[in-house]
Design a protein around this ligand. Structure first.
Ligand SMILES: [Zn+2]
Length: 294
């Protein structure tokens, strides 16, 4: 990205308001500091009229990263970092629409200190929308002709027709639209790549291996595509549900093609559930002695 000027520039934002009857005008170079300043004004005067805009004189669009603030009952899996874009002169809030289409109030969000501060696990759908333009030329196309290798699971509609997965074409890519807020039958769990290998071995003991996906932009993570259960579970550290929009092979991202580590064609489909993956992770993280006793 890096298209914007240096994040230390103090004037990317202009905060203004009428607080306790006095007009305020404060420049800010930091999203986190801007949100903090506005919060201070509201605490000081609950009837304060406030405004947060991107400086009209700013030369380029900006990219903000933000995630939900920590809150009681809000699991880490819901705190993925979304991306928000703004043009010079745009209002930032009071409602912000993320690139993936989710809406947030600015006061519910945690921002970075600078424009490009990373904030933990990314929202994959948001990331894909801000890929560099050259990715647009690498369209994922439906397979053509009868010589398509049926074992590659690269077919445009096989995911939907054979597996029943919710898939959509989005910006030239074939996307699995598993959404943690909906009752889709499919969910995607992001697991640290080295752990994912052990989990797959664990699942194999009961013949429940799951399709496992690798995205080139997320080399440290592997994505299990599994059946979703409605049982609420606590996500182990480093594990989270991927909310929306995951590119499936043969789709290509700016960093390279999406790739099956374990293809849907190599497993018994529909057997493995999110619970089975999590059970393996908990089992693997137990101390060795307990493993022997049980
Ligand atoms: Zn998002």
């Amino acid at each position: 990205m890096g298209q914007h000027r240096h994040a230390d520039d103090p004037h990317v934002f202009v905060l203004s308001g009428r607080v306790d009857g006095a007009d305020q005008l404060v420049p800010s170079g930091s999203p986190a500091a801007a949100a903090e300043q506005l919060s201070r004004w509201i605490r000081q005067d609950s009837a304060a009229r406030i405004s947060w805009v991107v400086n009209q004189a700013w030369q380029d669009w900006i990219l903000l990263a933000a995630r939900l603030r920590p809150a009681r009952g809000l699991g880490e899996s819901l705190r993925v970092t979304h991306l928000f874009t703004f043009e010079p002169g745009d209002q930032v809030g009071p409602r912000l629409l993320s690139q993936c289409g989710a809406e947030f109030s600015w006061w519910a969000l945690e921002f970075g200190d600078e424009l490009d501060t990373p904030l933990g696990a990314p929202c994959v759908a948001c990331q894909l929308t801000v890929l560099p333009a050259q990715a647009e030329t690498q369209k994922a196309l439906p397979p053509s002709g009868a010589d398509t290798d049926i074992d590659t699971w690269n077919g445009w509609d096989r995911y939907y027709q054979v597996l029943g997965w919710p898939v959509e074409e989005f910006d030239g890519r074939l996307m699995l639209v598993a959404d943690s807020d909906n009752d889709d039958d499919v969910t995607v769990l992001s697991v640290p790549a080295d752990l994912a290998e052990q989990v797959q071995t664990c699942l194999a003991r009961t013949d429940m291996q799951a399709p496992l996906l690798q995205l080139p932009g997320l080399p440290a993570e592997a994505l299990f595509v599994v059946a979703r259960t409605s049982v609420p579970v606590t996500m182990p550290p480093g594990v989270h549900r991927v909310p929306v929009g995951i590119p499936l092979p043969p789709s290509t991202t700016a960093e390279g093609p999406a790739r099956w580590i374990t293809s849907p064609g190599d497993v018994q489909l529909g057997r493995s559930r999110d619970l089975d993956v999590l059970a393996c992770i908990y089992r693997l993280s137990r101390p060795q002695q307990q493993e022997l006793v049980s």
